[in-house]
Design a protein around this ligand. Structure first.
Ligand code: PLP
Length: 462
């Protein structure tokens, strides 16, 4: 056991040590992976050292490194070593965190860390609560189920949900999965800053009420995936109060920014939310998987999810001892809280604050660099460590610009040095950078966008 463990740690540390000099893109095709890995189910075993050598060489090597300092696609997760070790320990102990009397230490750790998060977001620790999920998609789903049940009980045929056209696809999928019809989710257009149009939002609510529908919930964004934009949460809170609606905020990736001055300002009003989604495996630097739903009243979750079968009686605690299987969809659940706990204890929240402010400032500096070259057009300015821009030399049509920028990203990916992907904003195809990695430097970013400009120029000169 020790030999295998030390061997695994050595390999892991070697990998992290060499990460910067590796390529961030290492995924391969299905055909090549088949060739590498297809075999009959092994009848006989072999030495674990050999198995793990094979795992490193033929499996883990063929997976992009989202924690690479030049990975700027999606919401890259840098993770951290302390949390990875805590996660290892939780897996090794094989802790079950469904019911209090089976695992009081882990349950208390979940309570304590959830309370820390409640406090950060300004929700009442006394009444509030929450639970860890696999990720933001599951947290949004949990929020939708809870909002629906608390607002409508079992009959939600007339219910309507409201959110912006920039909202993450997991909200649409979640709504569909829990049984809302397509016309029960209104996707309200956004303004020039990609924030929900409040005038259209209220018009829509009033119209639905007039038509005998039942508006139940507004889903606001605190950091959209596309542009990092934050809805006017104070105004959303006012509308929710005025029309008696549930206020959910999706802060899956943006949530970490609550630790920075800039984020705190943008997030004003989030403390009025009934529920908040946040993904510690994004901007709280945790390894996968870790999402979280926070709620203003913890009893909302138990009312929605509690089942009390005979065979689970033994794991129940007394009144104030929380049984986490009653707060969500999972009965058997791993000990996710430990990694967040271990990293907050080890680094202190100040280190998190510093890292997140650094990420935000760095993209603002990148914007200043982009603005020096007149061929770059900023489509959405640096917000919460996201920026969208495109290469736009004079004299090209919109369609040509789309193709040009798509090609820039494609060629950059083929070079395997840096990852910058595209998205669509206002019908324009644009390059998007998201950088939440504290080991990324301004130099890394400048090298990557300058390379994009070179590629763009050479494509024009062709
Ligand atoms: C990433 C993201 C999600 C989905 O979270 P997963 O952890 O990937 O399931 C939801 N909403 C927003 C805004 C996100 O950025």
């Amino acid at each position: 056991m020790r030999k295998l463990g030390y061997n695994v740690i050595d390999k892991l540390v070697d990998h992290l040590d060499e990460l910067r000099s590796k390529s961030p893109i290492t995924s391969d095709s299905r055909r090549n992976m088949d060739e590498r890995l297809t075999e009959e189910l092994p009848a006989k075993g072999m030495k674990p050292e050999k198995v793990f050598d094979h795992i490193i060489k033929n499996i883990l090597t063929y997976s992009n490194y989202l924690n690479h300092p030049k990975y700027f696609g999606y919401v890259p997760s840098p993770s951290n070593y302390v949390s990875a070790m805590a996660d290892t320990l939780a897996t090794g102990f094989n802790t079950f965190t469904g019911g209090w009397s089976i695992s009081s230490g882990p349950a208390e750790t979940e309570i304590i860390t959830i309370n820390w998060l409640l406090e950060l977001f300004g929700l009442p620790v006394k009444w509030g609560g929450g639970t860890y999920t696999s990720g933001g998609s599951m947290a949004n789903l949990t929020a939708l189920v809870t909002a629906r049940y608390i607002k409508c009980g079992d009959d939600f045929t007339k219910a309507v949900l409201y959110t912006s056209d920039q909202t993450h696809s997991s909200v649409r999928r979640g709504a569909r999965v829990v049984g809302f019809q397509e016309d029960q989710l209104r996707l309200i257009p956004t303004n020039e800053f990609f924030q929900i149009r409040l005038d259209l939002l209220e018009e829509s609510i009033i119209k639905d009420k007039k038509e005998g529908k039942q508006p139940i919930c507004i889903i606001g964004n605190a950091g959209t995936t596309n542009t990092g934009s934050v809805d006017d949460l104070t105004q959303i809170a006012n509308l929710c109060e005025k029309h008696a609606l549930w206020m959910h905020v999706d802060a899956a990736y943006g949530g970490g920014a609550i630790l920075s001055e800039k984020g705190k300002n943008l997030f004003k009003g989030i403390e009025k939310a009934d529920s908040i989604t946040v993904d510690p495996h994004k901007w709280f630097f945790q390894p996968y998987e870790m999402g979280c739903i926070l709620v203003r009243k913890h009893t909302w979750l138990t009312r929605t999810f509690r089942e009390e079968p005979e065979y689970l009686k033994g794991m129940r605690g007394v009144a104030d001892e929380i049984n986490f299987h009653e707060l969500g969809l999972q009965l058997t659940r791993r000990f996710r809280a430990l990694k967040l706990y271990a990293s907050f204890k080890t680094f202190g929240v100040n280190a998190f604050q510093k890292a997140i402010s650094y990420n935000i400032d760095l993209i603002e500096e990148l914007q200043l660099h982009l603005e020096k070259n007149t061929n770059w057009e900023i489509i959405s300015p640096a917000t919460l460590a996201v920026i969208n821009f495109r290469y736009r030399p004079k004299g090209l049509l919109e369609k040509e610009l789309d193709e040009l920028n798509e090609s820039i990203s494609d060629i950059l990916l083929k070079e395997r040095e840096a990852v910058i992907l595209t998205t669509k904003l206002n019908e324009k195809l644009v390059l998007r950078i998201c950088s939440t990695n504290p080991s990324t430097t301004l130099q890394d970013l400048i090298e990557s966008v300058d390379r994009c400009a070179e590629i763009g120029q050479s494509l024009i000169n062709k």
